[in-house]
Ligand binder design. Structure first.
Ligand code: ADP
Ligand code: MG
Length: 695
C-alpha cells in the first residue's frame, strides 16, 4: 500500500463510498485519509449520566438505550424525529431535523448506544440535537484505545456508512497496513526539540494511548506544519534577496543633508533614526529593498518615508508615494510642499480628479525626469504613467493595495525600484512572523516626545448632555472636535440619513453662527470634500461630522476630541485608526466611544481594550484573539490561515521556535545541501505553486 493510492481500494471503502469521501471530506487518496485528523477524542472513562448534565457542558458522552421514536412534521418536507434516551439515571431526548428516515431505520430498540453531543435544555427537558450515536460495542472494540477518535462527518457521510466509528475503522485499517511512514524533519532538529517521530505522531494522533502521548503527537505535527510554512516563506525571501538586483544608493547628498540640517525643527526619535539606518543599509546593498514599516499613527512614519525619498533623489532617481484616497494623497502632497519648502525639489500630485490637461503635463514632465517626487492614488499605477528613472516607491497603508497592484509598480523601471510599505495598522507579532517572512519589517515603537496618550472613555446615551457640555468647553478653549458615524447599512442612503440626523443633533447643540459644523461623506465630490476638510483644517469650522472617510491620515493637530457614534459597530483596528486622528498636538486629547446600553461579549471586549490601551500592537493582538486570523484585513489569501493543526493565535512559542530554526538553518546552509529532505520539500512546493498558478 502506498499513500498515493486511491482511497477506493482501501478495505471497507469501494467506489461509491470513495465518491462520498471525495465530495464531502475532500479525501481522495490514502494520504488524505491519514491527514483527516480527529477533532476530538472520547475518553471511555468519562461517560456522564443524564442526571448530572450541566448547562455549561459543551460535549458529553452518555451510555444508554433508545425508545419511543416519534416523527412530527412541522411543514412540508420539514420532519423532526425525537427519540427518548434512558441511561438509568434519567431520560432525555435526541432530536434530528434532517436524515430522519435513515436514523429511524438504523436505531434499534434494546441495543446499548453511546451518544455524544452538546446537551441543551429545551422546554424544560435535556436534549441533544444531531448527536453522534454508535452501538456501545464500539467501545469494546476500541478497548485497546482508551481515547477514541471522533471525526467530522456530514449527514451524507453517515448515511453512507461513514460515521465517526467507520472513519475510525478505516483509519485503523490504514494504519495497520501502512508501512512505516518516512520522516520529513531533519534528525538534528528532531533531537534538539525532542520531537516525536512522524510515523509515531501520525499513528498516535488517530489512536492515542494517553493524553500525554496525544499532546506530544500534536506538538510534533504543529511543529512540522509551522516549520514548512516558515521554510517556504523564508526560502522565497532568500531567493529574492540573493537573486534580485537592486539599485545602489551609495551616497547621501545635498537633498538629504539640507533637509536634515535645516528643515526638521525637532530631533528624530531613536526609533526613527534606527529605521532610517535600516533602510539606508538596504538601499545600498545592491539588493532590492522590500520593507514593511509599522508604526502607530503619529509616530513619524511619513517623515521617515520622506527622508528615504530624498536619498533616492540624491542618487539621481525619482521617487513616488501612493496613498489609498485622494484626501490622503492631497494631504501628503501639502505636507511635502511645506516640509520641502525652499529646497528646490519638484513635487507633484497626480489624482483622478485633475483636469486632463494637467494630467498630461504631469505625465510629460515625469517621463522627462523633471518631476522628482510624485504623490498620488491608484492613478500612479496606470500604464501611461511613465517615469524616467523610478528608484523608490513608498506605499501608505498597504492593506488597501493588493499584491498585484504593488507588483505593477515594480515594472515601471528596468531594475525594480526599492519598495517601502507603511502601515499604521500593526500586524500582530505572530502573524508578522509567519506572513511577512518575505518582507523585512521595521517598527517605529516610540512616539515623539511631549505627546500625551489619548484618554478614552465609554459613554451611553443618558450621558450625552454631559458629553456636549464637555465638548463646549473644549471648543470654547479653541479646540476642534470630530463626530464619526459608521457605515452600516447596505444602502448608502440609509447611512447618509443617520449621518444627517447626527449632523442635525450636533448643530442643535452648537448653533450657528457661533459654532460652525462641517460634514464630509463618501457621496460628496472630491472638491466638496476638499473644501470642507480645508475649512476644518484652517479652524473655520469647529466640528467635523463625518463617516469613516476620515479614517486614514487626516491631520489636524488642533482637534482634540474624537466622538465615535455607535462605536460597537466598528472593529478594533478601525477604532484605533479613528482615535489616531486626535492626540497629534501638544494638548491632551480624548476619544469618546458612544454605544447603546447592551453590548455583546465581543463588543464589550473591544470597548474595554480601547479604553485600557493605546498601544497598537496590543490592540492588534486583542483583535486577533477576538476575531481569529480569518477576519484580519488583507490576510485572507495567506497560507497562515490554512493551518491544519497549529494555530497562529495559540501557538506563538512554536511559531517563534520554527521561525528561528529555519532562519539559522538557512543562514548556515543557504542551499540546504546538508538537508536533502528539505530540498525535496522545496522542489515539491515549487511544483505545487506552479500548478496553483495554472489552474
Ligand atoms: P505618521 O505618518 O506615523 O502618522 P507623521 O510622520 O505624520 O506620523 O508625524 C506626525 C506628526 O509628528 C507630524 O506633525 C510630524 O511633523 C511630527 N513628528 C514626526 N517626527 C517627530 C519627532 N521626532 N519629534 C517631534 N515631532 C515629530
Ligand atoms: Mg501619517
Amino acid at each position: 500500500m502506498q499513500l498515493t493510492d486511491d482511497i477506493a481500494y482501501l478495505k471497507g471503502v469501494g467506489p461509491s463510498r470513495a465518491k462520498v469521501l471525495a465530495s464531502e471530506a475532500d479525501i481522495h487518496t490514502l494520504a488524505d485519509l491519514l491527514d483527516y485528523l480527529p477533532f476530538r477524542y472520547v475518553d471511555r472513562s468519562v461517560i456522564t449520566t443524564v442526571a448530572t448534565l450541566r448547562e455549561e457542558d459543551t460535549f458529553v458522552v452518555l451510555k444508554g438505550v433508545v425508545a419511543n421514536m416519534q416523527t412530527t412534521a412541522s411543514g412540508p418536507r420539514r420532519e423532526r424525529l425525537t427519540v427518548d434516551f434512558y441511561d438509568g439515571s434519567g431520560t432525555m431526548q435526541l432530536v434530528w431535523f434532517a436524515g430522519t428516515k435513515w436514523v429511524r431505520e438504523k436505531l434499534k430498540l434494546g441495543v446499548e448506544y453511546l451518544v455524544m453531543g452538546n446537551p441543551s435544555v429545551f422546554n424544560g427537558q435535556w436534549q441533544i440535537s444531531h448527536p453522534e450515536i454508535e452501538p456501545y460495542s464500539y467501545v469494546d472494540e476500541g478497548a485497546r484505545h482508551p481515547l477514541m477518535p471522533v471525526y467530522t462527518t456530514t449527514e451524507k457521510m453517515k448515511q453512507n456508512g461513514l460515521g465517526t466509528k467507520s472513519m475510525a475503522r478505516l483509519t485503523e485499517t490504514l494504519l495497520d497496513n501502512l508501512p512505516s511512514l518516512s520522516e520529513n524533519l531533519p534528525a538534528d532538529i528532531l533531537a534538539h526539540f525532542r520531537l516525536m517521530g512522524r510515523n509515531e505522531a501520525l499513528r498516535v494522533i488517530h489512536y492515542p494511548d494517553s493524553r500525554e502521548q496525544l499532546d506530544q503527537a500534536r506538538t510534533r505535527l504543529k511543529f512540522e506544519e509551522l516549520f514548512f510554512l516558515q521554510l517556504d516563506y523564508q526560502y522565497a525571501r532568500q531567493q529574492r534577496v540573493t537573486r534580485s538586483e537592486g539599485r545602489i544608493f551609495a551616497h547621501v547628498g545635498d537633498h538629504f543633508n539640507n533637509f536634515y540640517r535645516e528643515k526638521i525643527p525637532f530631533p528624530l526619535t531613536g526609533a526613527q533614526k534606527r529605521v532610517i539606518k535600516e533602510m539606508r543599509e538596504d538601499m545600498r546593498s545592491g539588493r532590492q529593498m522590500n520593507r514593511l514599516l509599522q508604526g502607530d499613527v503619529g509616530s513619524g512614519k511619513t517623515l521617515v518615508a520622506l527622508m528615504s525619498m530624498l536619498l533616492a533623489l540624491d542618487n539621481g532617481c525619482q521617487a513616488c508615494l501612493m496613498a489609498p484616497t485622494e484626501i490622503l494623497a492631497t494631504q501628503h502632497y501639502q505636507t511635502f510642499l511645506r516640509m520641502l519648502d525652499g529646497l528646490n525639489i519638484h513635487v507633484e500630485l497626480l489624482i483622478g480628479s485633475l483636469k486632463a490637461s494637467e494630467k498630461r503635463r504631469i505625465k510629460r514632465q515625469l517621463a522627462e525626469g523633471e518631476i522628482e517626487i510624485l504623490i498620488g492614488t491608484h492613478a500612479l499605477i496606470e500604464n501611461d504613467v511613465v517615469f524616467r528613472d523610478l528608484g523608490l516607491v513608498v506605499i501608505d497603508e498597504q492593506h488597501r493595495f493588493g499584491v498585484e497592484q504593488r507588483s505593477k509598480l515594480w515594472n515601471k523601471s528596468v531594475v525594480p525600484p526599492h519598495i517601502l510599505v507603511m502601515t499604521a495598522t500593526p500586524i500582530p507579532r505572530t502573524l508578522a512572523m509567519t506572513l511577512y517572512g518575505d518582507l523585512d519589517c521595521s517598527v517605529i515603537d516610540e512616539l515623539p516626545p511631549g505627546r500625551h496618550p489619548v484618554r478614552t472613555f465609554h459613554r451611553t446615551e443618558p450621558r450625552r448632555p454631559l458629553l456636549f457640555s464637555f465638548l463646549k468647553k473644549q471648543i470654547d478653549a479653541g479646540r476642534q472636535v470630530y463626530f464619526v458615524y459608521p457605515l452600516v447599512h447596505e444602502s448608502e442612503k440609509l447611512d447618509l440619513r443617520d449621518l444627517y440626523a447626527g449632523f442635525d443633533m450636533v448643530t442643535g447643540y452648537f448653533p450657528r453662527p457661533e459654532y460652525q459644523v462641517s460634514i464630509v461623506h463618501g457621496q460628496l465630490t472630491a472638491e466638496e470634500k476638499a473644501f470642507e476638510m480645508d475649512r476644518f483644517k484652517r479652524g473655520i469650522t469647529h466640528i467635523m461630522v463625518a463617516t469613516t472617510v476620515i479614517e486614514v491620515g487626516v491631520d489636524v493637530p488642533n482637534a482634540t476630541v474624537m466622538v465615535i457614534e455607535n462605536a460597537e459597530r466598528f472593529g478594533l483596528s478601525q477604532l484605533h485608526q479613528l482615535r489616531g486622528r486626535v492626540g497629534r498636538g501638544a494638548e491632551q486629547s480624548y476619544c469618546i466611544l458612544m454605544t447603546k446600553d447592551h453590548l455583546s461579549f465581543t463588543s464589550q471586549e473591544r470597548i474595554r481594550t480601547m479604553c485600557s490601551t493605546t498601544d497598537g500592537f496590543e490592540i492588534a493582538e486583542a483583535d486577533l484573539r477576538l476575531r481569529g486570523p480569518g477576519d484580519i484585513q488583507g490576510l485572507q489569501q495567506s497560507g497562515a490561515l490554512d493551518l491544519r493543526v497549529a494555530s497562529i493565535v495559540d501557538d506563538e512559542p512554536l511559531v517563534r521556535a520554527t521561525r528561528d530554526t529555519v532562519h539559522d538553518l538557512l543562514a548556515a546552509d543557504p542551499t540546504l545541501s546538508r538537508y536533502p529532505l528539505l530540498q525535496q520539500h522545496i522542489t515539491n512546493s515549487k511544483n505545487k505553486m506552479l500548478w496553483g498558478k495554472i489552474s
